[in-house]
Design a protein around this ligand. Structure first.
Ligand code: DQQ
Length: 546
C-alpha cells in the first residue's frame, strides 16, 4: 500500500500514533476540558486497550497527558473499556468504566476510579480505590459478555438515588438491545432495576447515552440530572451489529424507571434517527457548564485497509465536537460544530449569487482546500422538475443514494460540493442534495442528503460506502444550506443547519495537499444559485504534540 502522509488529518482529534476508538468520560473541570479515549499503546489495530488522556482549554487545541487508566487490578487486568464521568455535588469527578477480568472471555464488570488529587485541574493521576472494585458485576441472568459502557450518573432534585445505565441485551434472548438502570445511594453499592429502562429488537446496545434536552428549542444544554415538564430525554445506543449510533427523543418516567420514545417506530431500523448517517460510532455527550451547552463526541474509524493502517502507524480520529440541542419541532436533534473550531479559520474566499446551470460546475479558487471549512447557501429556482420517488426506495436513504448517486442526472439536484477533488476531477467526493416530488398524500418535497465517495480515490481496496440521510426540512422556498469540514481524509458535513449530518473517510491518491480542489456542481435540470459560499483555510491546532 502507498500511504501518503498528506492524508493524516490536521484539526481532527488524534494522538501522534496508534489505534484509537471510543471517546470516554469527556468533562469540564476547573477550567479544562478533559478527554479520554480507548487507545492501543502498542499499535494501529484494536487491542491492549487503555484510557489515554488529553486536556484542552477550547476543545480544539490538545495536550496529551499520561495514560489515565490501564490494567492494574484483577477486575480490569485484560482491558479498560469504555465508560463515563460524573461530577459529584462536591465538584469532584468519578469515572465508571468497564473492566475485562478474564482472558479471552470478554467477561465484563464495572469499575470505579477517582483522581488522586482533585485539586489538580489536570487530573493527571487516577486511582482505583482499594477493595471496592469491581463495583458492579453481571448477575441475575445478565449476559456477562454483553454488559458494558456505564453512562454518566444522574440524581434528580429531591431524590436520594444516583442512577446510571449499562448497555446490554435483554435477559432471555440475544436479539434485544437493552439499557439497564443501576441505582445507588452512595455511589458504591449499586442495585439493578430488574426491567431495563428501555429495550428494542436491534441487537446489543453499546455505549448508551441518556440526557435531557430543553423543549423550548433554544441551544442551551442541560446538566444530566435535570428532569421536569420543560425537558424531553434522548436515549442513544450504539448498535453493535450495524455499527451506527441511533437515538430516540422521548419521555423519562423516573418513578417507574422507564423511558418511552415519542415515535413508537423510533427503534425500528427503517425509521431510526442517527446522529450521523456516515462513519460515527460509540459517541458520548457531556454537559459543558462553561458555555451551558451539551457537546457530542464521536469516533470515526478508518475505511482504508488494516494493512494501510499498520503502514500509516495510526487509525481512528474523533469527529469535531458538536453542540446538540432539540429541534423546535421536537422530532429530532440539531447538531453544529462547536463555535471554537471557527478560531482555526484563516484565509477565505466568498462567492455570491452565482448561478450554476444544469450540468455545470464552478471551482472555488484562491485558497488551499485540503484542510478547509466551507459554508454554502443554495437556492433552487423551481421545484417543479423534481424527480418522482421510487416507492421501492422511498424509506431507504442509503439505497436511494446508492442507486441515484452524484453522477446520475436528476431534476432538482443532485447539487452540492465536490470536495477533495483532483484538478481533472477524476477523484472527487460529492456531498449533495437531491429533491424528490412529495410522496403520495404528502405536501412536502422529500430532500435527500448524500455523501458519495465512489470516485474519491483511484486507489483500489478502499471501503467506499455511499452514506445518506433524509433531511426533515421544508424546502418550498427553494433554500437549503450545507457546511463541510474538510480535513485531508475526512469530510464532515452538516445539512440544513445541522438537521442531517454525514461524516465520511476518504483517501485520495491525487487530491492531496495543494492538489486538492473544491467545486460546486449541479447535475440536475434546473438552475441552482449559490446565494453565498465562503471557504476558509483551516489552521492546524496543537494536536497532542504531533
Ligand atoms: N468499544 C469498547 C467497548 C465498547 C466498544 C472497547 C464500542 O467498551 O462497547 O474498546 O466501540
Amino acid at each position: 500500500a502507498i500511504v501518503d502522509p498528506g492524508l493524516r488529518t490536521g484539526y481532527h482529534f488524534q494522538p501522534p500514533k496508534n489505534w484509537i476508538n471510543d471517546p470516554n468520560a469527556p468533562m469540564y473541570y476547573k477550567g479544562w476540558y478533559h478527554f479520554f479515549y480507548q487507545y492501543n499503546p502498542k499499535g494501529a489495530v484494536w487491542g491492549n486497550i487503555v484510557w489515554a488522556h488529553s486536556v484542552s482549554r477550547d476543545l480544539i487545541n490538545w495536550v496529551a497527558l499520561e495514560t489515565a487508566l490501564q490494567p492494574s487490578i484483577p477486575s480490569d487486568q485484560y482491558g479498560c473499556w469504555s465508560g463515563s464521568a460524573t461530577i459529584l455535588p462536591d465538584g469532584s469527578p468519578v469515572i465508571m468504566y468497564t473492566g475485562i477480568d478474564r482472558p479471552n472471555l470478554n467477561y465484563q464488570v464495572q469499575n470505579l476510579a477517582i483522581p488522586r488529587n482533585a485539586s489538580d485541574p489536570l487530573l493527571r493521576e487516577w486511582v482505583k480505590p482499594a477493595g471496592i472494585n469491581p463495583i458492579i458485576v453481571p448477575e441475575g441472568g445478565i449476559n456477562a459478555t454483553q454488559f458494558r459502557d456505564p453512562t454518566t450518573a444522574w440524581r434528580t432534585a429531591g431524590d436520594t438515588h444516583w442512577r446510571l445505565l449499562i448497555g446490554s441485551v435483554a435477559a432471555g434472548g440475544g436479539a434485544r438491545g437493552a439499557a439497564y438502570v443501576y441505582r445507588s445511594r452512595d455511589f458504591r453499592r449499586w442495585t439493578r432495576v430488574r426491567r431495563p429502562l428501555h429495550s428494542a429488537a436491534t441487537g446489543m446496545w453499546e455505549c448508551p447515552d441518556f440526557f435531557p434536552v430543553s423543549r423550548d428549542g433554544r441551544r442551551v444544554g442541560l446538566e444530566t440530572s435535570v428532569l421536569g415538564p420543560k425537558v424531553k430525554h434522548v436515549l442513544k445506543n450504539s448498535l453493535d451489529l450495524r455499527r451506527y449510533d441511533y437515538y430516540t427523543v422521548g419521555t423519562y418516567d423516573q418513578k417507574v424507571e422507564k423511558y418511552v420514545p415519542d415515535d413508537p417506530a423510533g427503534d425500528d431500523a427503517r425509521r431510526q434517527l442517527r446522529y450521523d448517517y456516515g462513519n460515527f460510532y460509540a459517541s458520548k455527550t457531556f454537559y459543558d457548564p462553561a458555555k451551558k451547552r451539551r457537546v457530542l463526541w464521536g469516533w470515526a474509524n478508518e475505511s482504508d485497509t488494516t494493512a494501510d493502517d499498520v503502514a500509516k502507524g495510526w487509525a481512528g480520529i474523533q469527529a469535531i465536537p458538536r453542540t446538540v440541542w432539540l429541534d423546535p419541532s421536537g422530532r429530532q436533534l440539531l447538531q453544529w460544530p462547536i463555535e471554537e473550531v471557527e478560531a482555526l479559520r484563516r484565509k477565505s474566499v466568498t462567492l455570491k449569487d452565482r448561478v450554476i446551470k444544469p450540468g455545470q460546475h464552478v471551482e472555488v479558487t484562491g485558497l488551499q482546500t485540503a484542510q478547509a471549512d466551507v459554508e454554502v447557501s443554495f437556492e433552487v429556482s423551481s421545484l417543479a422538475g423534481a424527480e418522482p420517488l421510487d416507492p421501492a426506495l422511498a424509506g431507504d436513504a442509503e439505497r436511494l443514494c446508492g442507486a441515484r448517486g452524484a453522477a446520475v442526472a436528476g431534476g432538482v439536484g443532485p447539487f452540492g460540493l465536490w470536495v477533495l477533488a483532483s484538478g481533472d476531477q477524476r477523484e472527487r467526493t460529492a456531498v449533495f442534495f437531491r429533491v424528490f416530488r412529495p410522496a403520495r398524500g404528502d405536501k412536502k418535497p422529500v430532500v435527500l442528503m448524500c455523501s458519495d465517495p465512489t470516485k474519491s480515490s483511484l486507489n483500489p481496496n478502499l471501503y467506499k460506502p455511499t452514506f445518506a440521510g433524509f433531511v426533515d426540512t421544508d424546502i418550498s422556498n427553494g433554500k437549503i444550506s450545507l457546511r463541510s469540514l474538510i480535513d485531508r481524509s475526512v469530510v464532515e458535513s452538516f445539512g440544513a443547519g445541522g438537521k442531517t449530518c454525514i461524516l465520511s473517510r476518504v483517501y485520495p491518491s491525487l487530491a492531496i495537499g495543494k492538489n486538492a480542489h473544491l467545486y460546486v456542481f449541479n447535475n440536475g435540470k434546473v438552475d441552482v444559485k449559490v446565494s453565498r459560499l465562503t471557504a476558509w483555510e483551516m489552521k492546524k491546532p496543537l494536536m497532542n504534540g504531533a
